[in-house]
Ligand binder design. Structure first.
Ligand SMILES: [Zn+2]
Ligand SMILES: [Zn+2]
Length: 359
């Protein structure tokens, strides 16, 4: 089969023929019907994060189960599935304690080699997935079966970006109907967060992004106000939109200490700040400890939308079926597998929200 392989960080992906390795007893072979390009794919390609090479790239996908190992109980051939960046086995201590996004299989599922290259080397799949390929072999804990009429290219988005944004709002804030939120960074994750806030009934939803196209997207997807950070003091603009109080919750989707500080300052007393963007390793966040103490503000992060994938994926599918969640509006480009590098370039440049590869 053909797959997009990363041989080293900083190099483009290579589209090569590989031979899939046989699935283990708990593995599932999925024929990929749609896979979206995510910022993390750009970061891994650039070598910002290294998980080993050669690597079959891609981690946001939808497909159909083609074969299952002897011990697979969760899916059967023919099932339509969405891949998950974080597995959920359902039986480990974290899964049973209500923290399935912290499933203890997380590192385990990434280890197996999934395909042999022409030179004899073996490749693993990014996050135990590797969806930039015709087939992906994954642990059964890394997929969720769904029944829906939604198109493949919409479902793929639920596998990472949509879940990260929606979940950060729905699982990590206590946003109430009538509440207020600011979202810094309106890419796919931020736009999903904005939609989550709309679904949660927030009355004030502020989208902040320097790109006009993303501010337009934000307004279309539910933002009640948008701010261009290049146009002036972002914190003052948020204060002005909230009667001087600040927002109940601020979501930081950039992963930079400067924007995290802005998120902190634009949040009302006793409000919450959720960091969703990935900061550079080693970067530091500094706060005035006395002011922080007086503020009662809560700063936390949310990984993969703090998702319970077996609860949340069907829930997000239902939101989309009911017209509450606009997935199609985020798919702004369609590609073939051999166009993957151009797609990642466009994502890096901010030209697309989501580009989706279909066979
Ligand atoms: Zn992702
Ligand atoms: Zn688990």
């Amino acid at each position: 089969m053909r797959a997009a392989i990363l041989f080293e960080g900083g190099a483009p992906l290579s589209i090569v023929d590989v031979a899939p390795l046989p699935p283990g007893p708990k593995d599932v072979v999925v024929r990929v019907t749609a896979t979206a390009l995510c910022q993390t794919d750009c970061s891994v390609r650039a070598g910002k994060f290294s998980y080993g090479y050669p690597m079959i790239m891609g981690h946001e996908a939808c497909g159909v189960v083609e074969a299952v190992g002897s011990d697979v109980t969760r899916v059967t051939p023919g099932d339509r599935v969405i891949s998950s960046t974080a597995p959920a086995c359902g039986v480990c201590a974290n899964c049973r304690a209500g923290r399935p996004h912290r499933c203890e299989l997380a590192l385990e599922v990434r280890k197996p080699m999934r395909a042999r290259l022409a030179d004899g080397r073996e490749a693993m799949g990014l996050y135990g997935l590797g969806s930039f390929a015709e087939l992906m072999t994954v642990n059964q804990a890394s997929v969720v079966a769904v029944r829906t009429h939604l198109p493949d290219e919409h479902l793929a988005l639920i596998g990472c970006g949509v879940t990260t944004g929606l979940g950060a709002v729905l699982n990590r804030t206590d946003l109430k109907p009538g509440g207020s939120i600011a979202v810094i960074g309106c890419g796919a994750v931020g736009l999903s967060a904005i939609q989550g806030a709309r679904i949660a009934g927030a009355a004030t939803i502020i989208g902040i992004d320097p790109r006009q196209a993303r501010r337009d997207d934000a307004a279309r997807m539910g933002a009640t106000a948008v701010i261009d950070p290049a146009a002036g003091d972002v914190v003052a603009a948020v204060q002005a939109l909230t009667g001087g109080l600040g927002v109940d919750a601020a979501l930081e989707g950039v992963g930079a200490p400067a924007t995290t500080r802005q998120a902190y300052e634009m949040t009302r007393l006793s409000g919450s700040i959720i960091i969703v963007g990935m900061p550079a390793p080693g970067s530091k966040l500094e706060l005035d400890a006395w002011q922080f103490f007086l503020s009662e503000k809560r700063i936390s992060s949310s990984l993969f939308g703090s998702a319970d994938i077996h609860r949340d994926f069907p829930r997000y599918v239902a939101f989309a079926e009911q017209g509450q969640l606009d997935l199609g509006g985020m798919v702004t480009r369609r590609l073939r597998l051999d166009e993957v590098n151009a797609g990642l370039d466009a994502l890096e440049a901010g030209d697309v929200v989501r580009a989706v590869i279909t066979p």
